[in-house]
Design a protein around this ligand. Structure first.
Ligand code: 5GP
Ligand code: MG
Ligand code: MG
Length: 173
């Protein structure tokens, strides 16, 4: 059976919100170079759209962790698959992530990167599912708070599919 995808947030809703976020970050970081760290692979689309709209000087790096398997349930364990290429010491770092859910991934990353002496460290996510939080995480900014539904698109996958949908969708079976 072919899966039907419903629209939770349209492309224009997502993109308008990303423009607002970029402007707010620029304002708060005026005069600084911002080191964006994207968490592969889910954050890639959001990170590009955010960075394209920012006027501040930006540098970028990526890391890869996994907490989910191929399904829709968290394994509860965070594994570091790919570390950063460059040191973050003395840099104004923003971790860019697709979604904050249980908080396991981001609490792990904040602790890990916090130990590497960045000048500042903040977390920005496109989406936040507050109902599912197990570990608290301080978010600097989020695009949208969403209900407890499994979403795809704009970088978010289901078994590696649907990342390229240009909107945030929900799978309707
Ligand atoms: P957490 O560690 O906060 O539970 O989960 C973070 C990771 O789980 C996210 O970076 C994302 O990869 C995945 N995740 C959480 N909720 C969803 C969702 O609704 N859809 C998709 N596709 N991935 C999700
Ligand atoms: Mg992710
Ligand atoms: Mg995934």
């Amino acid at each position: 059976m072919k899966e039907q995808i419903g629209v939770m947030l349209s492309s224009s809703e997502v993109e308008n919100r990303i423009s607002e976020m970029a402007a707010a970050i620029d304002k708060a970081y005026e005069g600084k170079t911002i080191h964006l760290i994207g968490i592969l692979k889910g954050s890639v689309f959001f990170m590009c759209e955010l960075a394209k709209r920012m006027k501040s000087p930006v540098t970028m790096d990526f890391m890869s962790v996994s907490s989910y398997g191929d399904g829709t349930k968290s394994s509860g364990i965070v594994k570091l698959n790919k570390d950063l290429d460059e040191s973050i010491e003395g840099k104004d770092v923003i971790i860019v992530e697709d979604i904050l859910d249980s908080g396991r991934t981001l609490s792990y990353l904040v602790k890990l990167l916090g130990e590497r002496k960045p000048a500042s460290l903040e977390v920005v996510t496109l989406l936040d599912k507050p109902d599912r939080r197990v570990i608290p995480v301080d978010l600097y900014m989020t695009g949208f708070e969403i209900p407890d539904r499994f979403v795809v698109g704009y970088g978010l996958d289901c078994a590696q599919k649907y990342r390229n949908l240009p909107y945030i969708g929900v799978i309707e079976q």
